[in-house]
Write a protein that binds this ligand. Structure first.
Ligand code: MG
Length: 341
């Protein structure tokens, strides 16, 4: 097998702001694993919140390459070896895990979802995310995103009520909100009680991670479901949240790839929890990889590629707000300049 990787820089169309920061430039990496003329593609989209950046990702991928089994079908073994060599660093691991999944399903000649035993027909609608901005701009973005039947609104400022009021005044679509840890527990209850009047589907991560009892306290005192995002990185974080949240948001870049994401879906289901599938700002490689798991989830938020000024890759499409999986073998992702895949 031939292994290579390179840095990737992504720019968003607008500055993308959430409650803890804003940026329009995102640095990650692309991994390519070639075997017998077949190339598997993977992507790392690191997040500083989880301790990664482009520098760590490039260093860790270089470190991990020796751990890739000779047989690319040994996917569980690859995951175990990577975890044994170094903890954390989920985006770096995800890049390798995704590339291996792309490679082996291409070798078998089947789309990744079929390799995973899933139905490509049963994909969900995805939400479109509106980052924090001026009230009028957020309202305008809600109007512009007319193709999407679900909007996810980033909250965590003093103007959240005005934002929701403005957006609700122009749409009757499903609205979700994501506070990205912005509030303390009592504040969260107060804020959510105000936002509930705008008919929201659920609230993502109202408070900081690490205190399941505080999350339970919030959940018991509001009437909309609570979804944990920052509180849950891998399958081992889920059990502590039983009863404290209604569901979990899984991201390949938090958990380390498709193997672990599947384990998280099964763990959450076994514990009676709802499952959401989210993303970072990613190219169509990372987003398409996640989309192949989407037939198994309740809520999809796979729009990170749609926020980009220029996506170097094409893969999953959106038709009338629904995810449409590629029918080609593997991820079904190709480079737009056609020099890569
Ligand atoms: Mg979130």
């Amino acid at each position: 097998m031939h292994f290579s990787f390179e840095p990737l820089t992504l720019k968003t169309r607008h500055v993308f702001a959430i409650s803890r920061g804003a940026s329009d430039t995102f640095g990650g990496a692309i991994v390519k694993i070639e075997d017998d003329g077949v190339v598997g593609l993977g992507e790392a989209a690191p997040s500083a919140f989880y301790g990664e950046n482009r520098g760590t990702v490039l260093a860790v991928i270089e470190h991990l390459r020796s751990e890739i089994p000779d047989d690319p079908f040994s996917l569980e073994e690859a995951r175990r070896r990577m975890d044994a060599l170094i903890g954390g660093n989920p985006a770096a691991k995800a890049a390798i895990d995704i590339a291996l999944h792309d490679l082996v399903s291409k070798k078998l000649g089947v789309p990744l979802y079929r390799f995973l035993g899933l139905s490509g027909e049963k994909t969900p609608f995805t939400s479109f995310t509106i980052g924090i901005d001026d009230v009028e701009l957020m309202k305008q973005r809600a109007v512009e995103a007319s193709e999407f039947s679900i909007l996810k609104i980033k909250v965590g400022t003093d103007r959240d009520e005005q934002v929701l009021d403005a957006i609700r005044s122009v749409t009757d679509r499903t609205l979700r909100v994501d506070a990205n840890c912005a509030w303390g527990p009592r504040e969260a209850i107060r804020r959510i009680s105000v936002l509930e009047q705008f008919d929201i589907e659920f609230v993502e991560q109202p408070i900081a991670p690490g205190d399941a009892e505080a999350m339970r306290f919030v959940r018991e005192n509001v009437s909309v479901p609570i979804i944990a995002d920052e509180s849950v990185k891998t399958s081992s974080d889920i059990n502590a949240l039983v009863g404290a949240v209604d569901g979990i948001n899984i991201k390949l870049m938090k958990c380390g790839g498709i193997r672990e994401a599947l384990k998280m879906i099964h763990t959450a289901r076994a514990l009676g929890m709802k499952v959401m599938l989210g993303c970072m700002v990613e190219s169509s490689i990372g987003i398409t990889a996640a989309a192949h798991l989407s037939p198994e989830v309740d809520y999809a938020d796979l729009d990170g590629n749609l926020l980009l000024k220029a996506d170097p890759y094409a893969g999953v499409e959106i038709k009338q707000g629904r995810l449409v999986l590629p029918s080609e073998a593997g991820l079904g992702v190709r480079a737009k300049d056609d020099s890569t895949s």
